[in-house]
Design a protein around this ligand. Sequence first.
Ligand code: OGA
Ligand code: MN
Length: 279
Amino acid sequence: MSVDVLTRVVAEQIKPSIGSRVLNSKAELLSGELGPKLRALLEERGVLVFPKINFTDEEQIAFTKTMGTFAPEHRGGEEIHKITLDVKENPQSAEYLKGSLYWHIDGTMNSVPILASLLSCKVPATWGGNTGFCNTYAAYEALSDEDKAKYEAMRVAHSVWATVFYYEPEPSLAKLKGMQAIGENELPLVWKHASGRKSLVIGCTAHRVVNVPADESARVIVGLREWATQEEFSYSHEWSVGDLVIWDNTGTMHRAEAYDPKCNRMMHRTKLQGEEPFE
Ligand code: OGA
Ligand code: MN
């Protein structure tokens, strides 16, 4: 390593409650020296943006590994996952990605969700297509004591099938059954992290609050989504080719903002394995 490679993180805040831009060079990021420091910054800021860092797939994989355990998309593989609505590029998941246009946390069907995702922009959308993020730690912390007490013990049923109605209000029964086969997962509304901090577990897979009447349940889920995604706690990233963004999937929600579905927007994703169950 050459002597002028920095071993400290150079970053600036994007907004007080969310987001930092990291300005280190590609060589510094790939040296591995910054991995643990970037992990700590990620937990503090929710989202890290690396403007026009222009990683190749191999570099993105190597950089991902400096921050934790690489989580392959498929058993055994270490490949990049293509995020696109183009069915030629991504036959299995183009349908599922339609759900990513609504606020969500990745992996709410699992007991241990992924720690973080790294998304890099190869082809931006022709219109729209920003990725929105909100800080669910900051949103929880800003609640009144009364609201914190009200939500403390609530549990929420999450399901993928609930999200189908967001983009297809009248699905066939066969399609509904297919999505229901994925199952449901009951999660706490307030995640008590090992660090002692708490965050909200909501998003489009949040289907109903357990043991609460349907109308009140919907008010809790809609009200907290509105609260957490307000301007103060959120950031919308407008992509340039080569940008890389990492989000802490345990303390943020995200969504793709609407874009031309035919425009071949192409993002490459890697993930870090989760280390903490929802509890
Ligand atoms: C994801 C996701 C949003 C986007 O990769 O999990 O939700 O803007 N992506 O593509
Ligand atoms: Mn997602």
